[in-house]
Design a binder for this molecule. Structure first.
Ligand SMILES: [Fe+2]
Length: 218
């Protein structure tokens, strides 16, 4: 093969991760008092360390995407999840937002993995079935797993479909905070009316999903 042959990744997504040294117990205690999925006040003192940290990361994310000051990224939504929440976290994405962040103030070995799906998986798996793979590369991976750890913060583009491994033992101590960073063209009113984590549309989807779960043809 010619020495001039050169291969580089094309059209990338990203996964950022960091272990934060903050008061996790305070956050976990607070999460236990709130309903999963209900929007939290970003000024709530118990979560301000996470919110501040994410806010301070925004310039780094802007650099990744070559964004100028007109983009005005801001944290728009924040909610809590816990492993014993009534509904398992089914595949979804955070449409309209730019970057999604998850922080785990509490997690253990039993905690289920977060799965992130490569957006081209549906077409790629048809052309390159995983049964042919002998080892994983950046080019053949359809999904990646993130194992929650106490203090772990991750961030990824909000358009990546993700879910929690359904094989999750319900006894695991897994608490998380989710946040979205959003750009200027998406108004707070739009998020309030259309993309609320717990709005009526989400309820409607929940009903449709339940109906589909009951279908023998799904
Ligand atoms: Fe999510």
């Amino acid at each position: 093969m010619s020495d001039n042959f050169y291969v580089e990744p094309l059209f990338s997504n990203f996964l950022a991760s960091e272990i934060l040294d903050i008061d996790d117990d305070k956050i976990t205690k607070y999460i236990k008092t709130v309903e999963p999925g209900i929007p939290l006040d970003l000024n709530q003192p118990e979560i301000h360390e996470v919110v501040d940290h994410v806010h301070n990361l925004i310039p780094r994310f802007m650099k990744l995407y070559g964004l100028g000051s007109k983009a005005k990224p801001r944290i728009t939504t924040c909610w809590a999840n816990r492993s014993n929440a009534a509904e398992p976290l089914k595949p979804h994405l955070h449409g309209t937002h730019w970057i999604s962040v998850v922080y785990y103030p509490e997690a253990d070995e039993e905690s289920p993995d977060l799965i992130l799906k490569n957006p081209i998986t549906n077409v790629m798996e048809y052309a390159v079935p995983y049964q042919y793979h002998e080892y994983a590369t950046w080019y053949n991976s359809g999904r990646i797993k993130v194992s929650p750890k106490k203090g772990l913060m991750i961030a990824f583009p909000a358009w990546l479909e993700h879910w929690v491994d359904p094989e999750c033992p319900s006894t695991s101590n897994r608490y998380s905070l989710a946040l979205n960073i959003t750009l200027n063209h998406i108004s707070d009113q739009y998020i309030e009316d259309i993309y609320h984590p717990n709005n009526k549309l989400a309820e409607m989807y929940g009903i449709v999903n339940t109906l589909r779960d009951e279908s023998p043809y799904k």
